[in-house]
Ligand binder design. Structure first.
Ligand code: UDP
Ligand code: MG
Length: 311
């Protein structure tokens, strides 16, 4: 069998040599299979491309795709999946946070037909800022309440899949990809391998708090229209409150003949603010979906290649 390993890389010149060595060890350990290592350079600004070309010059199993600029990890994963020819395909980070030593075990599990996908999950978030772990956990609670497929907390993109699964993933043609959701959405039998979080070997994380926040919103909007419904509910709720308030004043003024002694300026202001806020919120939610529809409709390619290995 041919096994493809896909590695998205963005400014990973320091980490790549470690990873490549580890992959060579895996190749030696797993006998009876052929490997291809597919490096996707996602528009790095350091020497990542030279490092990858260096691997390819001395190793026929190394293939690569270079992007014309940074398109993001989702695009890099897609490009790698498209290029892969393997019967089994794995995606892994360049920084060794996805331990290559798990690969033999993953291959064995699929060969024994225990699953179509062997995915990995971190059991701890050690070495990660507390605040990030907290928001990550909140995000998974929230999203799982809204979407119909189960999106696992701590799940990594690191996974080994059968060809069938890869083809299903490639069939999902959306431009704004949220892989955690896509993986869950395509289905198939999944087995989870758990491992303890490790810190990256070299270089720096590409994620900032704002990137993660954006990622969370993208994830929700890509997989559920629940927020739109929320806007509707809130709208009904506020309208109902307004109606109750109206009835209350009607009874007070017309039936009980109690007139407003004090001008109702503060309460009025509160209501205007409240309702204004609700309207803006609903508009914002609508806008999120409309904006995304706009981007999908343009059907731009997910990435632009600048260079790649032949065949
Ligand atoms: N990555 C990428 N494009 C990007 C950002 C990241 O291809 O725009 C790659 C990166 O090189 C690494 C993987 O995605 O192989 C995960 O990135 P990182 O380690 O920075 O994320 P973290 O492990 O902190 O979640
Ligand atoms: Mg990392």
């Amino acid at each position: 069998m041919l096994i493809s390993l896909i590695i998205p890389c963005y400014n990973e010149e320091e980490a790549l040599p470690f990873l490549y060595n580890a992959l060579c060890d895996v190749r030696k350990e797993v006998t009876g299979h052929k490997f291809e290592f597919i490096f996707v350079n996602d528009g790095s600004r350091d020497k990542t491309s030279d490092v990858i070309r260096g691997f390819a010059d001395n190793d026929a199993d190394v293939k690569y795709v270079f992007f014309s600029r940074n398109f993001g990890k989702e695009a890099a994963m897609y490009a790698g999946l498209e290029k892969s020819k393997g019967d089994l395909v794995a995606i892994m980070d360049a920084d060794m946070q996805d331990p290559p030593s798990l690969i033999p075990k993953m291959i064995e599990m699929i060969e024994n037909d225990e699953a179509d996908i062997v995915a990995s999950r971190r059991v701890s978030r050690e070495g990660e800022p507390k605040i990030r772990s907290f928001f990550a956990r909140m995000f998974y609670k929230l999203i799982n309440r809204m979407v119909e497929v189960e999106i696992a907390d701590g799940a990594r993109d690191f996974r080994l899949m059968k060809r069938q699964v890869v083809d299903a993933i490639l069939d999902l043609q959306e431009r704004q990809r949220f892989s955690k959701g896509i993986f869950a959405w395509v289905g198939f039998r999944t087995k989870w391998l758990e491992f303890v979080n490790t810190e990256r070997v070299a270089g720096e994380t590409k994620w900032s708090f704002f990137k993660l926040f954006k990622y969370a919103i993208d994830g929700i909007v890509a997989f559920t229209t629940a927020p739109l419904r929320l806007a509707t509910y809130v709208g009904f709720g506020t309208a109902f409150l307004g109606f109750v308030y109206l009835v209350y004043y009607f009874i007070r003024a017309i039936i009980l003949r109690i007139y407003n002694e004090v001008p109702g300026y503060p309460s009025l202001l509160c209501f205007i603010l409240f309702i204004g806020g609700m309207i803006l919120m609903a508009l914002g939610i609508l806008g999120e979906y409309m904006g995304r529809t706009f981007i999908e409709v343009k059907r731009r390619p997910l990435y632009i290649k600048s260079e790649e290995t032949k065949e």
